[in-house]
Write a protein that binds this ligand. Sequence first.
Ligand code: HEC
Ligand code: HEC
Length: 183
Amino acid sequence: MLLRLCVVAVLMIPSPSYGGSLLEPCLPCHKKSGEPVKTDVTPLIGSQNTFYLTEVLKDYATGKRPTEVAAHRQIPPHQQAAYAAHFAQQRWVSPWQPVEQKRAERGKSLVKGCERCHREGGRVQFDENPRLAGQRMAYLRLRLHQFRTAGKIPPQPEKMRNFIGELNDEQIEDVVHFYANNR
Ligand code: HEC
Ligand code: HEC
Protein backbone atom coordinates (compact mmCIF):
# COMPACT_ATOMS: atom_id res chain seq x y z
CA MET A 1 0.00 0.00 0.00
CA LEU A 2 2.74 2.35 1.04
CA LEU A 3 4.65 1.52 -2.11
CA ARG A 4 1.61 2.18 -4.23
CA LEU A 5 1.15 5.57 -2.56
CA CYS A 6 4.77 6.43 -3.30
CA VAL A 7 4.36 5.53 -6.95
CA VAL A 8 1.26 7.69 -7.21
CA ALA A 9 3.06 10.53 -5.47
CA VAL A 10 5.99 10.31 -7.88
CA LEU A 11 3.67 10.28 -10.88
CA MET A 12 1.97 13.40 -9.57
CA ILE A 13 5.18 15.43 -9.52
CA PRO A 14 5.05 17.36 -12.76
CA SER A 15 7.96 16.36 -14.91
CA PRO A 16 9.90 19.32 -16.27
CA SER A 17 8.24 20.35 -19.48
CA TYR A 18 10.86 21.35 -22.00
CA GLY A 19 8.19 22.25 -24.48
CA GLY A 20 5.42 24.76 -23.98
CA SER A 21 4.99 26.47 -20.67
CA LEU A 22 8.52 26.34 -19.29
CA LEU A 23 9.92 28.11 -22.31
CA GLU A 24 7.14 30.63 -22.72
CA PRO A 25 8.88 33.50 -20.90
CA CYS A 26 11.94 33.07 -23.15
CA LEU A 27 10.20 32.78 -26.51
CA PRO A 28 9.82 36.49 -27.30
CA CYS A 29 13.61 36.56 -27.72
CA HIS A 30 15.07 33.02 -27.80
CA LYS A 31 13.50 30.35 -30.02
CA LYS A 32 12.98 26.86 -28.61
CA SER A 33 16.11 25.90 -30.56
CA GLY A 34 18.16 28.56 -28.77
CA GLU A 35 18.46 30.69 -31.88
CA PRO A 36 17.70 34.38 -31.39
CA VAL A 37 14.33 35.71 -32.50
CA LYS A 38 15.55 39.21 -33.23
CA THR A 39 18.64 40.54 -34.90
CA ASP A 40 19.71 42.64 -31.94
CA VAL A 41 22.18 41.60 -29.24
CA THR A 42 20.31 38.41 -28.36
CA PRO A 43 22.86 35.56 -28.44
CA LEU A 44 22.68 31.98 -29.62
CA ILE A 45 22.24 29.84 -26.54
CA GLY A 46 21.43 26.39 -27.96
CA SER A 47 24.11 23.78 -27.13
CA GLN A 48 26.12 25.88 -24.69
CA ASN A 49 26.91 23.39 -21.98
CA THR A 50 24.63 22.81 -19.01
CA PHE A 51 27.20 23.94 -16.48
CA TYR A 52 27.77 27.26 -18.20
CA LEU A 53 24.05 27.94 -18.73
CA THR A 54 23.22 27.10 -15.12
CA GLU A 55 25.96 29.42 -13.87
CA VAL A 56 24.71 32.27 -16.06
CA LEU A 57 21.12 31.85 -14.87
CA LYS A 58 22.33 31.81 -11.26
CA ASP A 59 24.33 34.97 -11.88
CA TYR A 60 21.28 36.68 -13.39
CA ALA A 61 19.15 35.67 -10.40
CA THR A 62 21.62 36.91 -7.81
CA GLY A 63 22.41 40.09 -9.75
CA LYS A 64 26.04 39.05 -10.12
CA ARG A 65 25.61 39.39 -13.87
CA PRO A 66 23.56 42.49 -14.61
CA THR A 67 20.83 42.14 -17.24
CA GLU A 68 18.12 44.44 -18.52
CA VAL A 69 15.88 41.49 -19.33
CA ALA A 70 13.30 41.03 -16.56
CA ALA A 71 12.58 37.45 -17.67
CA HIS A 72 16.18 36.51 -16.78
CA ARG A 73 15.83 37.78 -13.25
CA GLN A 74 12.44 36.15 -12.76
CA ILE A 75 13.52 32.54 -13.33
CA PRO A 76 12.83 30.65 -10.09
CA PRO A 77 16.03 29.01 -8.79
CA HIS A 78 14.47 25.51 -8.93
CA GLN A 79 13.90 25.91 -12.68
CA GLN A 80 17.40 27.06 -13.63
CA ALA A 81 18.57 23.50 -14.26
CA ALA A 82 15.57 22.70 -16.46
CA TYR A 83 16.17 25.72 -18.69
CA ALA A 84 19.88 24.92 -18.90
CA ALA A 85 19.13 21.28 -19.77
CA HIS A 86 16.71 22.24 -22.51
CA PHE A 87 19.01 24.69 -24.27
CA ALA A 88 22.10 22.52 -23.79
CA GLN A 89 20.36 19.78 -25.79
CA GLN A 90 19.82 21.98 -28.85
CA ARG A 91 22.08 22.33 -31.86
CA TRP A 92 24.32 25.31 -32.47
CA VAL A 93 23.22 26.89 -35.72
CA SER A 94 25.57 29.71 -36.66
CA PRO A 95 23.88 32.34 -38.77
CA TRP A 96 25.43 33.94 -41.84
CA GLN A 97 26.93 37.25 -40.82
CA PRO A 98 28.66 40.04 -42.76
CA VAL A 99 32.23 39.10 -41.85
CA GLU A 100 35.15 41.10 -43.23
CA GLN A 101 37.92 38.62 -44.02
CA LYS A 102 40.73 41.10 -43.34
CA ARG A 103 39.42 41.75 -39.87
CA ALA A 104 38.92 38.04 -39.24
CA GLU A 105 42.55 37.39 -40.19
CA ARG A 106 43.82 40.09 -37.87
CA GLY A 107 41.54 38.76 -35.14
CA LYS A 108 43.10 35.33 -35.44
CA SER A 109 46.43 36.59 -34.14
CA LEU A 110 44.73 38.51 -31.34
CA VAL A 111 42.96 35.50 -29.85
CA LYS A 112 46.05 33.39 -29.23
CA GLY A 113 45.89 34.14 -25.51
CA CYS A 114 42.19 33.27 -25.44
CA GLU A 115 42.78 29.72 -26.71
CA ARG A 116 43.53 28.41 -23.27
CA CYS A 117 39.88 28.74 -22.37
CA HIS A 118 38.16 29.25 -25.75
CA ARG A 119 39.87 26.43 -27.66
CA GLU A 120 39.93 25.81 -31.42
CA GLY A 121 39.02 29.35 -32.25
CA GLY A 122 36.22 29.39 -29.72
CA ARG A 123 34.50 26.23 -30.97
CA VAL A 124 35.09 24.13 -27.91
CA GLN A 125 33.07 24.62 -24.79
CA PHE A 126 33.98 23.07 -21.51
CA ASP A 127 33.26 23.77 -17.85
CA GLU A 128 32.39 27.42 -17.46
CA ASN A 129 33.87 28.47 -20.80
CA PRO A 130 31.21 29.26 -23.39
CA ARG A 131 31.36 28.71 -27.15
CA LEU A 132 32.23 31.87 -29.06
CA ALA A 133 32.69 30.59 -32.62
CA GLY A 134 29.74 31.57 -34.79
CA GLN A 135 28.15 33.60 -32.01
CA ARG A 136 26.17 36.68 -32.99
CA MET A 137 28.49 39.58 -33.72
CA ALA A 138 26.38 42.15 -31.89
CA TYR A 139 26.47 39.99 -28.78
CA LEU A 140 30.22 39.34 -28.91
CA ARG A 141 30.77 43.07 -29.37
CA LEU A 142 28.50 43.89 -26.43
CA ARG A 143 30.23 41.43 -24.09
CA LEU A 144 33.77 42.42 -25.06
CA HIS A 145 33.02 46.08 -24.48
CA GLN A 146 31.28 45.25 -21.20
CA PHE A 147 34.26 43.21 -20.06
CA ARG A 148 36.80 45.81 -21.05
CA THR A 149 35.20 49.08 -20.09
CA ALA A 150 33.09 48.17 -17.09
CA GLY A 151 35.78 45.72 -16.07
CA LYS A 152 33.81 45.24 -12.93
CA ILE A 153 31.07 42.99 -14.21
CA PRO A 154 31.95 40.22 -11.82
CA PRO A 155 31.43 36.87 -13.55
CA GLN A 156 34.56 37.35 -15.55
CA PRO A 157 37.81 35.58 -14.91
CA GLU A 158 40.63 37.87 -13.84
CA LYS A 159 42.91 36.27 -16.42
CA MET A 160 40.48 37.02 -19.21
CA ARG A 161 40.23 40.65 -18.14
CA ASN A 162 44.00 40.96 -18.44
CA PHE A 163 43.80 39.92 -22.08
CA ILE A 164 40.77 41.97 -23.01
CA GLY A 165 42.00 45.05 -21.16
CA GLU A 166 44.72 45.34 -23.75
CA LEU A 167 42.45 45.33 -26.79
CA ASN A 168 41.52 48.67 -28.37
CA ASP A 169 38.19 49.23 -30.17
CA GLU A 170 39.57 48.21 -33.56
CA GLN A 171 41.05 45.04 -32.13
CA ILE A 172 37.79 44.14 -30.40
CA GLU A 173 36.15 44.50 -33.80
CA ASP A 174 38.77 42.18 -35.35
CA VAL A 175 38.14 39.59 -32.63
CA VAL A 176 34.38 39.82 -33.23
CA HIS A 177 34.88 39.17 -36.96
CA PHE A 178 37.25 36.28 -36.25
CA TYR A 179 34.83 34.41 -34.00
CA ALA A 180 31.83 35.14 -36.23
CA ASN A 181 33.78 33.78 -39.19
CA ASN A 182 34.73 30.54 -37.43
CA ARG A 183 31.21 29.06 -37.76
C1 HEC B 1 13.31 40.39 -23.97
C2 HEC B 1 14.21 39.45 -24.62
C3 HEC B 1 14.68 38.24 -23.80
C4 HEC B 1 13.93 37.33 -23.08
C5 HEC B 1 12.43 37.33 -22.84
C6 HEC B 1 14.87 36.33 -22.58
N1 HEC B 1 16.14 36.64 -23.00
FE1 HEC B 1 17.85 35.61 -22.57
N2 HEC B 1 18.96 37.05 -23.48
C7 HEC B 1 18.46 38.19 -24.08
C8 HEC B 1 19.54 39.13 -24.37
C9 HEC B 1 19.39 40.50 -25.02
C10 HEC B 1 20.72 38.52 -23.87
C11 HEC B 1 22.14 39.13 -23.84
C12 HEC B 1 22.20 40.29 -22.85
C13 HEC B 1 22.00 39.88 -21.41
O1 HEC B 1 22.84 39.16 -20.84
O2 HEC B 1 21.00 40.29 -20.82
C14 HEC B 1 20.33 37.20 -23.35
C15 HEC B 1 21.20 36.27 -22.82
C16 HEC B 1 20.82 35.04 -22.32
C17 HEC B 1 21.74 34.04 -21.84
C18 HEC B 1 23.27 34.16 -21.79
C19 HEC B 1 23.95 33.54 -22.97
C20 HEC B 1 25.45 33.57 -22.87
O3 HEC B 1 26.10 33.19 -23.84
O4 HEC B 1 25.98 33.98 -21.82
C21 HEC B 1 20.99 32.98 -21.41
C22 HEC B 1 21.50 31.67 -20.84
C23 HEC B 1 19.60 33.33 -21.61
N3 HEC B 1 19.53 34.59 -22.17
C24 HEC B 1 18.53 32.52 -21.27
C25 HEC B 1 17.21 32.95 -21.25
C26 HEC B 1 16.11 32.16 -20.73
C27 HEC B 1 16.24 30.77 -20.13
C28 HEC B 1 14.98 32.92 -20.88
C29 HEC B 1 13.57 32.57 -20.47
C30 HEC B 1 13.34 32.33 -19.07
C31 HEC B 1 15.38 34.18 -21.49
N4 HEC B 1 16.73 34.15 -21.71
C32 HEC B 1 14.52 35.23 -21.80
C33 HEC B 1 17.14 38.43 -24.37
C34 HEC B 1 16.07 37.79 -23.75
C1 HEC C 1 41.21 31.99 -18.11
C2 HEC C 1 40.19 31.58 -19.08
C3 HEC C 1 39.76 32.58 -20.13
C4 HEC C 1 40.56 33.31 -21.00
C5 HEC C 1 42.07 33.31 -21.11
C6 HEC C 1 39.64 34.05 -21.83
N1 HEC C 1 38.34 33.78 -21.48
FE1 HEC C 1 36.68 34.56 -22.33
N2 HEC C 1 35.49 33.62 -20.96
C7 HEC C 1 35.96 32.78 -19.97
C8 HEC C 1 34.84 32.41 -19.11
C9 HEC C 1 34.92 31.50 -17.90
C10 HEC C 1 33.69 33.07 -19.62
C11 HEC C 1 32.27 33.04 -19.06
C12 HEC C 1 32.11 34.22 -18.14
C13 HEC C 1 30.70 34.31 -17.61
O1 HEC C 1 30.35 33.56 -16.70
O2 HEC C 1 29.93 35.13 -18.12
C14 HEC C 1 34.15 33.81 -20.78
C15 HEC C 1 33.30 34.59 -21.57
C16 HEC C 1 33.70 35.24 -22.73
C17 HEC C 1 32.81 35.95 -23.62
C18 HEC C 1 31.30 36.09 -23.44
C19 HEC C 1 30.63 34.87 -24.03
C20 HEC C 1 29.18 34.76 -23.67
O3 HEC C 1 28.53 33.84 -24.20
O4 HEC C 1 28.68 35.55 -22.89
C21 HEC C 1 33.57 36.47 -24.63
C22 HEC C 1 33.08 37.26 -25.83
C23 HEC C 1 34.95 36.09 -24.35
N3 HEC C 1 34.99 35.34 -23.18
C24 HEC C 1 36.03 36.43 -25.14
C25 HEC C 1 37.37 36.19 -24.79
C26 HEC C 1 38.49 36.71 -25.55
C27 HEC C 1 38.38 37.51 -26.83
C28 HEC C 1 39.61 36.31 -24.88
C29 HEC C 1 41.06 36.64 -25.21
C30 HEC C 1 41.35 38.03 -25.52
C31 HEC C 1 39.18 35.53 -23.72
N4 HEC C 1 37.82 35.49 -23.70
C32 HEC C 1 40.03 34.92 -22.83
C33 HEC C 1 37.26 32.35 -19.81
C34 HEC C 1 38.37 32.90 -20.44
